[in-house]
Write a protein that binds this ligand. Structure first.
Ligand SMILES: Cc1cc2nc3c(=O)[nH]c(=O)nc-3n(C[C@H](O)[C@H](O)[C@H](O)COP(=O)(O)OP(=O)(O)OC[C@H]3O[C@@H](n4cnc5c(N)ncnc54)[C@H](O)[C@@H]3O)c2cc1C
Length: 383
C-alpha cells in the first residue's frame, strides 16, 4: 500500500518523464494515453482515493488536486482521463454496495480498473444533472435506452457511472446512478467527437440500447443520484478541473518566462531580450496575478471543504469558472508573447491553448456556474 508522499513523488516523476514525453504525440495522434495510465496504475496513482483497507492510498481531494495539477502541466489529456476516473471512483466509494466495494476497490487501487462518468445527454446538454433518458420496465425487467454525449474514456474505461431517470420519477432531480461494465450488451461507443483540445481523451458519445439493469448496478438509494452528483461528484470535478487548468497555465507561464528571457533582437543597439521590455514585464505580472489569485482561491476552497465550512459550496461553484478564466487569460498572453513561433508550431503552447478551452465549457459551464453562484449569493434556490 503506497504512502501518500511516495505516491506524490511517483506522480511527479511520471509526469516529468513519461507524460511530458508523449504529450504532443497523444495530442497529434488523438491517442488514448494507455501507456501513461499503465505507468500511473502500477505506481498506485490511480488508486489515490481508495481507502487503505482496500489497498489504496486513502488520499483526499487536496492530494487529488496536487496530482491532477501536476499531470495537467505535462499532459492535460491524461489529467482529464484520470480526473474522470477519480470522480467515478468517488461515487463507487460513497454509494457502492459492500460487495461491489470488496470486488472493485482493490482492483482500482492496483491500477487494474479504469472508470469514468457517462452523465451528459443531448436532451439536457450541460445541465447533466437532469438526464432525460428514462429507465423502462419491459416484461418485468428494467432496461435503459439512452444516448450519452461526450463520455471521456469512452470504450477505454472498464466501467461507467451512468445517470438516468427512474420510471417512477415525476421531478427532474429524481435521478438514479448505475455502474455498468464495459461490454454490457447494448452499450456501444459512437464516433469520437474530436474536440479542439484534450485530444487524447477518447471522448465520444455512447449509445445504450435496451441495456438490462439489475439491482446490483444501482449506486445508492433509488432516486438519490442528483444528491450524489452534488455532494460527491461536484466537489471532485470542480476542484479537479480547476487544478488541471492551473497546471496548464503554470506550464505555459514557465515556457513563456524561458522564451522571453532567451529571445534577443540583433537590430537593437543594446541587443535586449524580450524580458527587458516594460510591456513584456507588465504582461508577465498580469499572468502571475491571474495564476496566484486562482491558486489562492483553489487552496482556500480545498481548506473549506476539509473543514466542512458551510461556505465551501459557494467556492466549489466558483472555483472552476475562476480557474478556467484565469487559465484562458494566462495561456492567451503566453501565445502572444510566444509570437509567430508559438502560433506556427503544433504542440507545446499551442496545445495548451487548445486544451485550456475545455474547462469553461465542461458542465457546469462557467456561465452556468455564475448563474448558480449569483443565485446562491442572493439566497435564491439554485434549481
Ligand atoms: C473535453 C470534454 C470532456 C467531457 N467529458 C465528459 C464526461 O466524461 N462525462 C460526461 O457526462 N460529460 C462530459 N463532457 C460533457 C460536458 O460536461 C457538457 O455536458 C457538454 O460540454 C455540454 O455541451 P452542450 O453543447 O450540450 O452544451 P449546452 O447545454 O448546449 O450549453 C451551451 C452553452 O450555453 C450556456 N448555457 C446553457 N444554459 C445556461 C444557463 N442556464 N445559464 C447560462 N448559460 C447557459 C453555457 O455557457 C454553455 O456552455 C465533456 C465535455 C468536454 C468538452
Amino acid at each position: 500500500m503506497p504512502e501518500i508522499h511516495e505516491l506524490l513523488t511517483q506522480n511527479e516523476k511520471l509526469a516529468r518523464e513519461v507524460l511530458a514525453a508523449s504529450a504532443d504525440r497523444v495530442d497529434r495522434e488523438r491517442e488514448f494515453p494507455r501507456e501513461n495510465l499503465e505507468a500511473l496504475g502500477r505506481s498506485g496513482v490511480l488508486g489515490l482515493l481508495i481507502p487503505t483497507q482496500y489497498g489504496g492510498a486513502g488520499g483526499s481531494i487536496a492530494e487529488m488536486s496536487q496530482v491532477v495539477e501536476r499531470m495537467g502541466q505535462s499532459c492535460a489529456s491524461t489529467a482529464m482521463v484520470v480526473l474522470m476516473h477519480y470522480c467515478g471512483t468517488a461515487v463507487i466509494m460513497a454509494k457502492g454496495s459492500a460487495s461491489l466495494k470488496e470486488s472493485l476497490l482493490p482492483l482500482i487501487a492496483q491500477g487494474r480498473h479504469l472508470t469514468t462518468l457517462a452523465f451528459s445527454e443531448p436532451g439536457s446538454g450541460g445541465h447533466f444533472y437532469f438526464p432525460v433518458s428514462e429507465v423502462q420496465n419491459v416484461d418485468g425487467e428494467k432496461r435503459l435506452s439512452a444516448r450519452k454525449s461526450f463520455v471521456t474514456s469512452a470504450g477505454e474505461a472498464d466501467s461507467y457511472v451512468v445517470s438516468a431517470r427512474p420510471a417512477w420519477a415525476s421531478l427532474p432531480n429524481q435521478v438514479n446512478l448505475y455502474l455498468l461494465s464495459k461490454g454490457t450488451p447494448g452499450f456501444t461507443v459512437e464516433k469520437p467527437f474530436e474536440g479542439m483540445g484534450l485530444a487524447g481523451n477518447a471522448s465520444a458519445a455512447m449509445r445504450l440500447a435496451e441495456v438490462p439493469l439489475e439491482d446490483k448496478n444501482l449506486l445508492g438509494e433509488e432516486g438519490s443520484g442528483f444528491q450524489t452528483m452534488l455532494e460527491v461528484v461536484l466537489p471532485h470535478f470542480q476542484i479537479g478541473v480547476a487544478s488541471i487548468s492551473l497546471g496548464i497555465a503554470s506550464a505555459a507561464m514557465e515556457r513563456t518566462k524561458e522564451h522571453v528571457l532567451a529571445r534577443k533582437y540583433e537590430h537593437a543597439a543594446d541587443n535586449p531580450t524580450l524580458a527587458q521590455l516594460p510591456r513584456v514585464q507588465f504582461l508577465i505580472a498580469e499572468m502571475a496575478l491571474e495564476l496566484r489569485s486562482a491558486r489562492a482561491y483553489l487552496e482556500g476552497t480545498i481548506r473549506r471543504i476539509a473543514a466542512n465550512d458551510p461556505e465551501a459550496m459557494l467556492d466549489v461553484l466558483g472555483i472552476k469558472a475562476r480557474a478556467a478564466e484565469a487559465c484562458q487569460s494566462v495561456v492567451s498572453r503566453a501565445m502572444m508573447l510566444g509570437g509567430g513561433k508559438a502560433f506556427g508550431q503544433r504542440g507545446g503552447l499551442e496545445r495548451m491553448f487548445r486544451d485550456t478551452q475545455a474547462a469553461a465549457v465542461m458542465a457546469p459551464s462557467a456561465d452556468v456556474l455564475k448563474d448558480f453562484l449569483g443565485k446562491a449569493c442572493l439566497g435564491l434556490a439554485l434549481f
